[in-house]
Design a protein around this ligand. Structure first.
Ligand SMILES: [Zn+2]
Ligand SMILES: [Zn+2]
Length: 87
């Protein structure tokens, strides 16, 4: 049988396991408050970084549309200019 050893201390036997990443941990590296490893997953703020506000996506679509319209207008102007100069 293979023993689990702490990822930070290979000479120590792992007595805990991180509930988030599953890494084997010794007493020193395990945080009982968060039940995670101190080095990698010890972040008390578990709030997701994504902000699901539809307003942002709405404005992103508006800006994208404006950019497309602007690009088309520029293209049209360039074509018109080229046609005028070709005559
Ligand atoms: Zn972890
Ligand atoms: Zn350790």
């Amino acid at each position: 049988m293979e023993e689990f050893h702490c990822i930070n201390h290979p000479d120590r036997q792992a007595v805990h396991q991180c509930t988030r990443c599953g890494k084997p941990l010794c007493d020193e590296c395990y945080n009982p408050e968060t039940q995670t490893c101190r080095q990698y997953c010890n972040t008390l703020s578990t709030k997701p970084t994504l902000d699901p506000r539809p307003k942002n996506t709405f404005w992103q679509v508006i800006v994208a549309l404006l950019a497309i319209v602007g690009a088309l207008a520029l293209l049209l102007a360039a074509i018109c200019g080229a046609m005028i100069y070709s005559y």
